[in-house]
Write a new protein. Structure first.
Length: 388
């Protein structure tokens, strides 16, 4: 037995564990020892613990795992959003507006802004978070973006291949050389992952491959933005390279779906983007019915999806993407964990990190049933209350 103090949460009306044997328990209790889950089961069988906390008939779910965000930026693009809602289509080129603002910001300003957004996320139940660079796009600005991100998460991603910045517009090949050379060299010590935006108007499949291969040579695992604005070759590339995840997946061919199924690569869906760009939502039903692993994430960024709210994304996924509430919650927790190659989060079974969310609702269905309502009463990370 461990000597760590133990706490038992009782009075859980519905506990989502994601244990394949018993994924949801009613009238449940959960014991935490140190920073880990030690026991889950019926309240009537709960073992004694040092501290007993009654959650008062509320639902408890695993903390959300937001596996895709771009939090290191300055400024916003509200005028661009307003223009879009008046009919102007979304274009990847808007990223350059944020690059200029980000380069002009100090490290302290960037850090303070990320801290504000991370706290916003904690209040909405996010306990594991991936953060990308991608608004610096110079050696110095990419490295410092990742150094800022590292203060908040281990799951940092080098996205020097976001768009070709204005000063390299005449010579994209030279920019790819920079990304795969000195920029990667400076970024790699601060990053776990490497990513590229494989899309018309950003990087083609050969450029994306070059970035992912160079990143792998520096010990970075790959993930990819693909098929956001139209069908393209990125999903097949992600499957071929066995990447952990390919993100967006809004426009998929049958060959893409077959490749995802065969590779086991997670398809990360980002419904905040379709909400904010007025594009068609991805078809999650098609993916789930094909046996593909699906994650849901916020893609929080100032251009295509300025929401920090996973509950909002869950509600969109249920309403617009053919998912059941249980499937959407799974995708936003266990799915995100798989997309990050993590087995310690995204579920509440013995041994997992005690990252959990108490909802002011009797069941997790309320996350989609009561869209826009702040249902998160408390967010715990490693058994510590971080919001609520
Ligand atoms: O994931 N797709 C590329 N990158 C972001 C958009 C960034 C922006 O518009 O600033 C995304 O949607
Ligand atoms: Fe993104």
């Amino acid at each position: 037995m461990s000597n760590s103090p133990s706490t038992v949460l009782t009075g859980i009306a519905e506990l989502t564990t994601h244990d394949p044997e018993r994924p949801v328990l009613s009238d449940a209790a959960l014991v935490v020892e140190g920073s880990r889950v030690a026991w889950v089961g019926p309240t009537a069988e709960a073992p004694a613990a040092d501290v007993r906390v009654d959650v008062g008939g509320r639902a408890v779910v695993p903390g959300f795992v937001d596996s895709h965000s771009h939090l290191v930026f300055a400024g916003d693009r509200a005028p661009e959003f307003a223009a879009r809602m008046a009919g102007t289509p979304y274009a990847a080129g808007g990223i350059r507006t944020t690059v200029a603002a980000t380069r002009a910001a100090s490290d302290e300003q960037l850090t303070a802004h990320v801290a504000r957004l991370v706290q916003e996320m904690r209040r909405q139940g996010t306990t594991t978070l991936e953060i990308k660079s991608g608004y610096g796009l110079s050696v110095h600005d990419e490295a410092r973006s990742l150094a800022v991100a590292r203060q908040f998460t281990e799951e940092t991603t080098f996205l020097g291949a976001h768009v070709v910045p204005a000063e390299h517009a005449d010579d994209p090949a030279a920019y790819v050389e920079l990304v795969t050379g000195p920029m990667l060299e400076a970024a790699a010590p601060h990053a776990r992952w490497v990513d590229a935006f494989c899309e018309t108007g950003a990087f083609d499949v050969d450029q994306a491959r070059a970035v992912l291969v160079a990143g792998a040579a520096h010990g970075l695992r790959g993930r990819l933005h693909a098929s956001q604005l139209g069908p393209g070759p990125g999903v097949l590339l992600a499957a071929e390279l066995g990447l952990a995840a390919v993100d967006h997946c809004t426009y998929l061919t049958d060959a893409d779906v077959d490749a995802l199924r065969d590779s086991g690569t997670v398809a990360t869906l980002l419904p905040g983007v379709e909400f904010s760009t007025r594009q068609p939502y991805p078809d999650a039903r098609r993916l789930l019915d094909a046996g593909i692993h699906v994650a849901i994430a916020s893609d929080c960024n100032p251009g295509s999806s300025y929401t920090s709210s996973v509950p909002f994304c869950i509600a969109l996924a249920v309403r617009e993407m053919g998912m059941t509430p249980a499937e959407a919650l799974h995708a936003a927790t266990a799915g995100g964990a798989r997309a990050l190659g993590r087995d310690d989060v995204g579920h509440l079974t013995p041994g997992a990190r005690a990252d959990l969310v108490v909802l002011d609702a009797p069941s997790a269905v309320h996350l989609a049933y009561r869209p826009g309502v702040p249902l998160v009463v408390a967010t715990l990370m490693g058994a510590e209350v971080v919001a609520g």
